[in-house]
Design a protein around this ligand. Structure first.
Ligand SMILES: Nc1nc2c(c(=O)[nH]1)N[C@H]1C(S)=C(S)[C@@H](COP(=O)(O)OP(=O)(O)OC[C@H]3O[C@@H](n4cnc5c(=O)[nH]c(N)nc54)[C@H](O)[C@@H]3O)O[C@H]1N2
Ligand SMILES: Nc1nc2c(c(=O)[nH]1)N[C@H]1C(S)=C(S)[C@@H](COP(=O)(O)OP(=O)(O)OC[C@H]3O[C@@H](n4cnc5c(=O)[nH]c(N)nc54)[C@H](O)[C@@H]3O)O[C@H]1N2
Ligand code: SF4
Ligand SMILES: [Mo]
Length: 726
């Protein structure tokens, strides 16, 4: 490192790569980031961090991270100045709106926005200034079942109970791998030690997963479950609880609707342990199901936690409902050691009517219901193709803006989506890399690095296992020649508004840009939040919060918050909402469907410690030989398919890919696992160097989705495996 004369300083801030928000210590010299390490003084992460956090230094200093915008000229993306790029982008997007109306321009909002407050406000600004029915996000490959079930049961999509992880004694993990993902909708750094601690204090962790995962290895008990069969198991557990009279009558009397227990008894009558036995997983018989139900109900400090496994499956809505139902039935909701409600600094957003969510106010031409103003991504390619076939088609898509998202790698039937996106009239990508999606764009606009911006987490703290809060100013002085994410989106939106709206629209845009800017918003959130000063002299303000450089001391979740989370008209939890009752027969059909695992291979996904969805695959620290995009196959299934470790072909209804088979006894027989986010373009100067992997979403199916929630069924895809030469 050349000596510059200035003295290195340290800066503490959370890692912005995943919800866990581990505390990091950055060593800085002037405007340069020298190194990144864990922060042992962070009171929430206690020194824990994963390999991705340590790679933030490489990410920030990566020469491939874009510093200047790109505009397509003669088929190539070339660097230009900012004014020229904004003008080209705004002209193209305004053209789409003028020709096809506001719904002709689609937006896709990707995962990193969740961890970036300025970006989040930018997308909200865009939504308000340029509304469209064609709004898509990663949610429909992720949390739609959770959001919808919260909306239907509590009347509020964000009313999400999280396991009280540090006091719980029985945790049933259904299709999540927190040891690797570090907890999703259950924010807590250092999951492996927290899970071990449950057992150390005499408690139990039971994991249901088609793969013996890193979490399953830490658990007291693991059962292979066949993809998308969890709903049967959970409802059979609820059946046992009701049959044995183990429900918490006092809790239900206070919180549930009158008569619901009888209605539930009738609705769950078919889901007996005997009826589901042999249909959920190889060793999940009636006796085991009954035992799990009794253990769960017999422990006051217990919770069921379900995440991406069942969420990304064809019965995801029903399964996630069953999770909420179980937690409420035994009265462990809003109870210490059960499922509790965090109170984040931004919890006052619960008071805003628009935070509550919505369902089925309108539908797409394919019949997909909106959820909180979004359509599910399984219709995205179709919506574009409809426009190609008929330029006057109702609600068809002709242009696309992506905000920190890479749908070309993350949405099912990606090959179909790619060829549709290629034919759009105009595309803009707001991205820090030439991602696979950015490479198709007409203009790529790269905001500056998140380390040049303040860090203030609002979303993940709503799901934290303790009450936490933190504000960190920018770690590095912002570069004068690159906008912040909010400035970038605000300028682009304003320029599109200027070209498509009259004076009144332009004045409104100016007011909104000013009032939603992060500089304006953070202060009031903190001041009027749960620990805030309000209009008084004591309590938190943004400045006082910033003085807690390692974050506020986390405090245990408190009981008594349920009353502030229920927004149904009668202020009671709806344990059997109408749309669920109407969907239940679909789950009942599984009682007579053949058990999986008999001849038909089913594909599921997995997350990897050194990977972050579709990016970070280019950073040297994260590229080690052990980190591969491989298809895990049970040796018996490989033998049956005549396949050895090494290259093979994997096909589904929508396509075929060449995969690298890795034999693994950790896979349930009949189930294979391939991580998502790989399949980088070989010429991509961005997301991969040397190890492109293969795109699993080239064989996941856009016709396979949960009709209740619109969520893509990325797990449980029927596939065929064969040797390369056949
Ligand atoms: N088969 C299968 N598919 C899946 C999943 C699965 O389990 N299996 N998981 C699904 C889930 S849960 C998710 S969340 C989605 C993720 O899918 P997406 O949200 O579409 O994609 P990401 O891979 O998160 O891509 C993030 C993009 O944002 C860019 N980026 C990173 N940081 C910033 C920033 O600060 N600003 C801007 N502007 N850009 C930035 C990156 O370069 C990258 O191009 O994938 C889904 N798809
Ligand atoms: N290292 C790392 N961490 C991440 C991410 C990352 O890409 N890398 N992504 C982040 C994001 S965007 C998210 S949404 C979270 C997700 O967090 P998790 O939900 O914990 O994520 P996964 O590791 O995908 O865990 C899903 C598990 O479900 C299992 N599974 C698949 N199908 C089924 C099924 O039908 N039933 C059951 N019971 N299990 C099933 C899979 O084998 C897998 O172990 O992780 C976040 N954290
Ligand atoms: S678990 Fe890893 S990626 Fe997530 S916040 Fe911690 S260091 Fe960052
Ligand atoms: Mo996600």
């Amino acid at each position: 490192m050349p000596h510059t004369g200035s003295v290195p300083t340290t800066h503490h801030r959370p890692c912005h790569l995943c919800p866990a928000s581990c505390g990091m210590t950055l060593e800085i010299e002037g405007d340069r980031l020298l190194s990144v390490r864990n922060d042992p003084e962070d009171p929430f992460s206690l020194g824990y961090c994963c390999p991705k956090g340590l790679a933030i230094e490489e990410l920030h200093n990566d020469p491939d991270r874009l510093r200047r915008p790109l505009v397509r000229r003669g088929g190539e993306l070339v660097e230009t100045g900012w004014d020229e790029a904004y003008a080209a982008a705004a002209e193209g997007l305004a053209g789409v709106i003028k020709r096809h109306g506001k719904h002709g321009l689609a937006t896709y909002i990707g995962n990193p926005n969740v961890h970036h407050f300025g970006a989040l406000l930018g997308t909200e600004l865009w939504r308000q200034l340029l509304p469209t029915k064609n709004r898509y996000t990663a949610n429909s490959q992720d949390v739609n079942p959770h959001l919808l079930i919260n909306y239907l049961t509590f009347g509020m999509q964000l009313a999400h109970p999280v396991p009280d992880l540090d006091r719980i004694r029985f945790l049933l993990v259904v299709g999540a791998n927190p040891s690797v993902s570090n907890g999703s909708l259950m924010t807590a750094p250092g999951m492996p030690s927290r899970l071990r601690a449950i057992q150390a204090r005499g408690g139990k962790v039971v994991v249901l997963d088609p793969r013996r995962t890193e979490t399953a290895r830490l658990a007291s008990e693991h059962h292979f479950v066949w993809p998308d069969r969890d709903g049967l198991l959970l409802l059979a557990m609820a059946h046992v609880i009701l049959r044995e009279g183990l429900e918490d009558a006092a809790f239900l009397e206070r919180w549930a609707r009158p008569g619901v227990v009888d209605r539930l008894r009738r609705a769950l009558a078919p889901f007996t342990p005997l009826a589901v036995s042999g249909r959920i997983g190889p060793d999940l018989d009636a006796e085991t199901v009954t035992r799990l139900a009794l253990e769960f109900a017999g422990e006051k400090r217990s919770a069921v936690y379900g995440r991406l496994g069942p969420s990304n499956a064809a019965h995801g809505g029903l399964t996630i409902w069953a999770v909420t139902l179980l937690n409420a039935l035994v009265g462990n909701l809003d109870r210490v050691g059960g499922s509790m409600f965090p109170e984040a600094l931004g919890s006052w957003i619960f008071a805003l009517p628009q935070s509550r969510g919505s369902y089925d106010r309108y539908r797409s031409p394919q019949g997909a219901a909106e959820i909180s103003g979004e359509y599910p991504c399984h219709i995205l390619a179709d919506q574009i193709e409809r426009g190609l076939a008929d330029p006057t088609a109702e609600q068809a898509i002709f242009g696309l803006v992506t905000f920190a998202g890479n749908p070309i790698l993350s949405v099912p039937n990606a090959t179909r989506l790619r060829s549709a996106v290629e034919k759009l009239e105009f595309r803009v990508a707001v991205d820090i890399y030439r991602s696979e999606t950015a490479q198709l764009a007409d203009v790529v606009l790269p905001p500056r690095s998140p380390l040049h911006e303040p860090f203030f987490d609002t979303i993940s703290t709503h799901f934290a296992v303790a009450d936490v809060g933190r504000y960190s100013p920018p770690a590095l002085p912002p570069p004068p020649d690159q906008p912040s994410e909010y400035q970038l989106v605000a300028r682009l939106a304003s320029e599109v508004v200027r070209r498509t709206r009259g004076l009144a629209g332009q004045v409104r845009a100016r007011l909104l840009v000013a009032s939603l800017s992060p500089e304006r918003v953070v202060g009031p959130i903190v001041r009027f939040g749960p620990r805030g000063a309000g209009i008084g002299p004591s309590g938190l303000t943004q400045a006082r919060l910033a003085r807690h450089v390692h974050g506020l001391e986390p405090t245990p979740l408190k009981e008594g918050r349920l009353k502030r989370r229920v927004f149904t008209p009668d202020r009671r939890i709806d344990l059997l909402p109408g749309p669920i009752r109407a969907d239940l027969p679909r789950l009942e059909e599984l009682l007579s469907a053949p058990a999986p695992g008999s001849g038909q291979l089913l594909l599921i996904g997995r997350r990897q410690l050194k990977s972050n969805n579709s990016w970070l695959h280019n950073l040297p620290k994260l590229q080690r030989s052990s980190h591969r995009c491989s298809l895990l196959v049970n040796p018996a299934d490989a033998a049956a398919a005549g396949v050895l470790a090494g290259p093979a072909l994997l096909s589904s209804r929508v396509g075929e890919i060449e995969v690298e088979v890795e034999l693994s006894k950790d896979m349930a027989p009949g189930v294979v696992s391939l991580p998502h986010g790989w399949g980088h373009a070989p010429h991509g100067a961005g997301l991969a160097r040397g190890n492109p992997g293969v795109n699993v979403n080239a064989i996941t199916d856009d016709q396979a989705f949960d009709p209740l929630t619109g969520n893509s069924a990325l797990h449980g895809v029927p596939v065929e495996l064969r040797a390369l030469s056949t």
